[in-house]
Ligand binder design. Structure first.
Ligand SMILES: NC(=O)C1=CN([C@@H]2O[C@H](COP(=O)(O)OP(=O)(O)OC[C@H]3O[C@@H](n4cnc5c(N)ncnc54)[C@H](O)[C@@H]3O)[C@@H](O)[C@H]2O)C=CC1
Ligand SMILES: O=C(O)C(=O)Cc1ccc(O)cc1
Length: 307
């Protein structure tokens, strides 16, 4: 699909891309770049690409598609590094979990004639690094693009085709909306998980070994999320601050209401709420999507990001 694909960042997402690109023969050549020499060496041992370099600009030089898969806080620095090496007509995309900040960081560095198309595959795990990736990661998952006004439709269609061949379904929306939706369906659940596991860890009356020994499956699910990469999630929190704070405020209000119902023995209120939430889980299962972004508020490309 592309003669030369450069993967900048070769952790869970970058290495999953490398594997599916190879399996589906989506590139003539895969060039891999990452900042850390040790990670690059591991990528080479795993045979993830054709050539390897710690110099992102060298990787991007002559590439038809550059995919930036680094923590969102590093995307501006990477964009500055690769910009002078990009060839006219190249497409640059990313996979970051937040979109408005990535656009603000990368956009200004993108030379005229280069197609910059921000993206986000809604697929991942709590693991990180090149060993954690797998070719099926994107299978039957959503990939959301947040194209900027004036995006070349052909470049967008080609990139969409690429992701379809990686197994994904495509959606587009503006970056603000993306960040709001993801704040509730992904960022808040991770923050809640970090928090509940932290609370359990701080308890004085219940020992750490009891938490481990008796952890019910509900708590275990939280510990999986709370094991996610600290650098990645620090960056998500710092770079989707407004939307996360908005969702946290709503969450806290609703939690206070739940707390009140428990305090005052309002069983009807508790029952009604638990019935309502049970229906949501059922609709997700019926839709054949155990996780992923629900249908609400999807916006078409015709209403792109205006920031
Ligand atoms: N882990 C997940 O479940 C998902 C992550 N994402 C997004 O994908 C991006 C990458 O995440 P993962 O692959 O999970 O992380 P990871 O920690 O597994 O890999 C990150 C990679 O970026 C490299 N890196 C870090 N700083 C760099 C810099 N300044 N210059 C060049 N390379 C640098 C690291 O060496 C590593 O190769 C993040 O923006 C994250 O928000 C998106 C969907 C799911
Ligand atoms: O591990 C999980 O359950 C996830 O939710 C993975 C994930 C993490 C970050 C994203 O931006 C998208 C997907």
């Amino acid at each position: 699909m592309y003669d030369r694909i450069a993967l900048v960042g070769i952790g869970l997402i970058g290495s999953s891309l490398a594997r599916v690109i190879r399996r589906e023969r989506l590139a003539g050549e895969i060039v891999i770049s990452t900042r850390s020499a040790a990670t690059l060496k591991r990528a080479e041992e795993l045979g993830l690409g054709d050539t390897y370099t710690t110099d992102a600009a060298e990787a991007a030089r002559g590439a038809d598609l550059v995919i930036v898969s680094v923590p969102v806080g590093a995307s501006g620095a990477v964009a500055a590094e690769i910009a002078p090496a990009l060839k006219p007509g190249a497409t640059v995309t990313d996979v970051g979990s937040t979109k408005r900040s990535v656009i603000e960081q990368m956009g200004p560095h993108m030379p005229a004639g280069v197609h910059f198309i921000p993206g986000h595959p809604l697929a991942g795990t709590e693991k990180s690094g090149p060993d954690a990736g797998f070719a099926d990661l994107f299978e039957n998952r959503w990939c959301i693009f947040t194209p900027l006004p004036g995006t070349d439709p052909q470049a967008l269609e080609r990139l969409s085709d690429f992701w379809r061949r990686c197994g994904s379904n495509i959606d587009t929306m503006d970056a603000e909306h993306h960040d709001m939706v993801l704040a509730i369906v992904s960022h808040l659940p991770h923050i809640i998980a970090y928090n509940i596991v932290g609370t359990a860890d701080d308890l004085e009356t219940v020992t750490k070994s009891e938490v481990i020994k008796y952890s019910a499956s509900g708590f275990r699910d939280f510990t999986r999320l709370a094991a996610s990469d600290p650098t990645m999630w620090r960056d998500v929190c710092l770079h989707n601050k407004d939307a996360i704070l908005e969702m946290l405020a709503r969450f806290s209000e609703d939690l206070a209401s739940l707390q009140r119902a428990i305090r005052w023995g309002d069983g009807e209120k508790l029952f009604d709420m638990f019935t309502r939430t049970r229906a949501i889980r059922r609709s997700i299962i019926e839709a054949g999507q155990e996780i992923d972004v629900p249908d609400f508020g999807r916006q078409a490309v015709e209403h792109p990001h205006k920031g």
